[in-house]
Write a protein that binds this ligand. Structure first.
Ligand code: DGL
Length: 269
């Protein structure tokens, strides 16, 4: 048993999809969240830049004596996870394997769609993760670079968002996928719009929630779960305006996070 906090990070708001699930399935765990809102998006940057950012994000989280880190970001998981894992003593997991596992469990026709940032799609890491679990799966990928700015600006519904989503998703619809990995943790915030376009019959895999489910199993196996009885606390840090994050984050988590958001100068780490 270990009562130290879990560190979770993303380029911005997207990782809250993971935080939400952690709060649901591990309610007595303390959370330190970092959203790199000053440098979002990660998805259009080079792999080297993303690796540099990820290391700084982890260095910052490690100042809190955390017991476990969840990279709640598809882009960061695909660019950096295999390369940095061994550099840190803290156990680190990401979104790729957990989401691929969810998709493989859900698909019936073995046609799986993956939507993600340009960086994630280019890396091909979700395809690898799916094929390791289900070698004869057909995987169809689509980069959706406008989704992250839409979410970061609170545009999770409305006509403009629907039109953009329609354009991005038509290839996957034509390919008749029965499962789509929302491979960027920002995308579950667009679930209603995506669902409207692809229909009820397609399983949508929330990569943030899948990462939280996997982390719980992993921590249990490693004896890292908390044995506290009281409800866990959550502290949020961002590298840009705290107001913007508090407002959109509270809306998403459906709880007030106002007083718990602080600024950090991430370049120092
Ligand atoms: N939530 C991140 C991801 O999963 C967002 C990427 C970005 O910042 O572009 O990929």
């Amino acid at each position: 048993m270990d009562n130290r906090p879990i560190g979770i990070f993303d380029s911005g708001l997207g990782g809250l999809t993971c935080v939400k699930e952690v709060m649901k399935i591990m309610p007595n765990e303390d959370i330190i969240y970092f959203g790199d809102t000053g440098r979002v998006p990660y998805g259009t940057r080079s792999r080297d830049t993303v690796i540099k950012y990820v290391k700084q994000d982890i260095n910052f989280l490690e100042t809190f004596d955390i017991k476990y880190i969840i990279i709640a970001c598809g882009t960061a998981s695909s660019a950096a996870l295999p390369f940095i894992e061994e550099e840190y003593a803290t156990r680190i997991s990401g979104v790729l394997y957990p989401a691929a596992r969810g998709a493989v469990r859900a698909t019936k026709n073995k046609k799986i769609g993956v939507i993600g940032t340009s960086g994630t799609v280019k890396s091909g890491k979700y395809i690898e993760a799916i094929h390791e679990l289900l070698p004869d799966a057909q995987v169809f990928q689509k980069a959706c670079p406008l989704f992250v700015p839409l979410v970061e600006n609170g545009m999770t519904e409305g006509e403009a968002t629907r039109l953009i989503a329609e354009e991005y998703l038509k290839e996957l619809r034509d390919a008749e996928v029965d499962t789509i990995i929302l491979g960027c943790t920002h995308y579950p915030l667009l679930t209603d719009v995506i669902r409207e376009i692809v229909g009820e019959g397609v399983a949508l895999i929330d990569s943030g929630a899948a990462a939280a489910d996997f982390a719980r199993e992993d921590m249990e196996r490693l004896g890292l779960l908390s044995d506290k009885n009281e409800k866990g606390t959550a502290k949020f840090f961002v590298s840009d305006s705290t107001e913007n994050f508090s407002e959109l984050g509270s809306m998403f988590l459906q709880k007030e996070i106002d007083g718990d958001v602080s600024f950090t100068d991430i370049e120092k780490y």
